[in-house]
Design a protein. Structure first.
Ligand SMILES: [Zn+2]
Length: 237
């Protein structure tokens, strides 16, 4: 485990060093140290298509599950992906091309959004885990890097070791709505040393589509005694 963390740290530093500093959205050059964000230029930061308020985002779960099956109590997101192709492409870039820095920067923006939404106090912050096979392919868990940015604005103990993902699932976006529902069952396993009893938990992920995965994780945590489960995603599709 120490070894993995060590390698991850080296890779992140190397990537920072070699990465050309271009905006992930419009590809414009960003001068080193001239911007707070290395992957997002001011123009693109200023024209982020913001996601609707939390109650509208939480409704997404009720569109796909009956009332008694919704385990998410509150939900927020940063970006609305509807008709905003370039922001969608950037999401795909950071999902598939190892751009952990962009995930971190989106995480900071999401954290600021959560302050506006009044969602800032948690006992635990859990990045939705990916399976180790996927971790090897991708080199990192994007949700973990989003969480690193987010915790600068939201209180709670954050760790990627609270929950483990067991089953290797096919990339959700490749599946139909019905297949997605079947594809997630009881795929998460809580760390034996992690006791969520009576706690307020925030789940962090990249994109909210049907919400199956995140709702399934919330269900597992509530069966283990969690009092409240909110979720925050960079984007809502
Ligand atoms: Zn830009």
């Amino acid at each position: 485990m120490v070894n993995t963390t060590f390698i991850r740290a080296i890779r992140d530093n190397l990537f920072d060093f070699v990465a050309p500093e271009h905006c992930a959205i419009c590809n414009k050059h960003i001068k080193p140290n001239s911007a707070q964000f290395k992957m997002l230029c001011y123009a693109c930061l200023n024209s982020i298509p913001y996601a609707p308020p939390p109650n509208i985002i939480r409704n997404r779960f009720f569109e796909h599950f009956s009332e008694d099956k919704v385990a998410i109590d509150g939900a927020t997101a940063l970006i609305s992906l509807k008709e905003n192709a370039q922001y969608l492409e950037a999401i795909h870039k950071f999902k598939y091309a190892g751009l952990s820095q962009l995930a971190y920067e989106y995480g900071k923006l999401l954290g600021r959004r959560m302050q506006i939404d009044g969602m800032t106090e948690y006992n635990y912050i859990i990045p939705v885990p990916i399976h180790k096979v996927k971790y090897r392919e991708r080199g990192y868990n994007q949700s973990y890097h989003i969480s690193l940015g987010l915790i600068e604005f939201v209180a709670g103990e954050m760790s990627d070791e609270f929950v483990k993902r067991n089953q290797y699932t096919i990339t959700q976006t490749a599946l139909s709505k019905e297949q997605r529902k079947r594809n997630v069952g009881n795929i998460f396993e809580l760390n034996k040393k992690f006791d969520p009893n009576g706690s307020r938990i925030l789940l962090v992920d990249d994109v909210l589509t049907t919400g199956s995965t995140i709702n399934s994780l919330a269900k597992s945590l509530k069966s283990a005694g969690a009092e409240r489960c909110d979720c925050a995603t960079v984007a809502i599709a």
